[in-house]
Design a protein around this ligand. Structure first.
Ligand code: C2E
Ligand code: CA
Ligand code: CA
Ligand code: CA
Length: 278
């Protein structure tokens, strides 16, 4: 009965009382997670269809809990969004990703880093200043950072969301619409959004070569994006057939388990040295 996006505690805690207690303890633990540095960023490489000397990665947060072990983001991000604690997590992620990106650049490596911004973050008036402050603190060039946002913030509160998007864009970073195709009134909002990239949701990519309807959606999305001057990343690419088809359809970047799983920083060098997609 529990929705997929709910925190797991809700799945095994049937009563209200227990559920509230579990939520409270999860919130307490999440606060400690940030303070005790239990969060870690993994980076998932993307494949560029046109050879590109730069490498493109997406930063994905993980929680290494002292007792529960490795907690995937779907088990705490939606909860953090509901409770407002997402703001602290986003700031941690942003700071860490920018620091890492700057470190790579100082080592002579041109690595573009994408990071996820929740709808709720985008409605925070201080987000652009916070972002600029972090770029300056780590001497990181804004053009190396892509902020991935979902359409829902714009649907919920278009005026504030669009104002913040304009301010973020003015910093020189890239903006990307994440999970494209899963929102409601996709097209009308995309037209208003000052973005550089569409990321086609995995649900349309997974069956690209077997469901003709999905191919039509992906093909027309790529055409539309290119007509609007946007680049396209496809997520959830798991097979070579799908990768090849995306290439034929003119897709710019592909992300998925075929190319690589999300990796710890220490494993990225091994991937770069050995992967046929690097
Ligand atoms: P997303 O932004 O759509 O990220 C892509 C998710 O798909 C990642 O899951 C990634 O590991 C997974 N994935 C990548 N390639 C494949 C594939 O080929 N097949 C399949 N089945 N899955 C693939 P992950 O890391 O568990 O993250 C899940 C979601 O949690 C993300 O979806 C994003 O919405 C959220 N998230 C992750 N990190 C952050 C973060 O730092 N901040 C915020 N606000 N949300 C985050
Ligand atoms: Ca994303
Ligand atoms: Ca997403
Ligand atoms: Ca997605």
């Amino acid at each position: 009965k529990a929705k997929r996006h709910n925190a797991t505690v809700e799945v095994y805690d049937p009563t209200h009382h227990q559920r509230n207690a579990a939520r409270l303890s999860l919130l307490t633990e999440l606060r400690q997670a940030v303070e005790r540095d239990e969060l870690v960023l993994y980076y998932q490489p993307k494949y560029a269809f046109k050879p590109d000397k730069a490498l493109h990665l997406e930063a994905l947060v993980r929680w290494v809990h002292p007792q529960r072990g490795f907690v995937p983001p779907m088990e705490f991000i939606p909860f953090a969004e509901q409770t407002g604690y997402i703001k602290a997590i986003t700031q941690w992620v942003m700071n860490r990703a920018i620091q890492q990106c700057a470190e790579w650049q100082r080592a002579g490596r041109e690595i573009h880093v994408g990071l996820n911004i929740s709808a709720r973050d985008l409605l925070q008036p201080d987000l652009p200043e916070t972002f600029v402050r972090m770029l300056e603190a780590h001497a990181c060039e804004a053009r190396l950072i892509t902020l991935e946002i979902t359409e829902s913030a714009v649907v919920d509160d278009p005026r504030n969301a669009l104002a913040n998007l304009e301010r973020l864009r003015a910093t020189g970073c890239s903006l990307s619409i994440d999970d494209y195709g899963t929102g409601y009134s996709s097209l009308s909002y995309v037209r208003q959004m000052p973005v550089h990239e569409l990321k086609i949701d995995r649900s349309f990519v997974m069956n690209l070569t077997t469901h003709p309807g999905d191919e039509i959606i992906v093909r027309s999305t790529i055409e539309l994006a290119h007509d609007m001057g946007l680049t396209v990343t496809a997520e959830g690419v798991e097979t070579e057939d799908i990768l090849l088809r995306l290439g034929e359809l003119g897709c710019d970047l592909a992300q998925g388990y075929l190319v690589s799983r999300p990796l710890a920083v220490a494993d990225l060098d091994v991937w770069m040295a050995n992967s046929p997609w690097a």
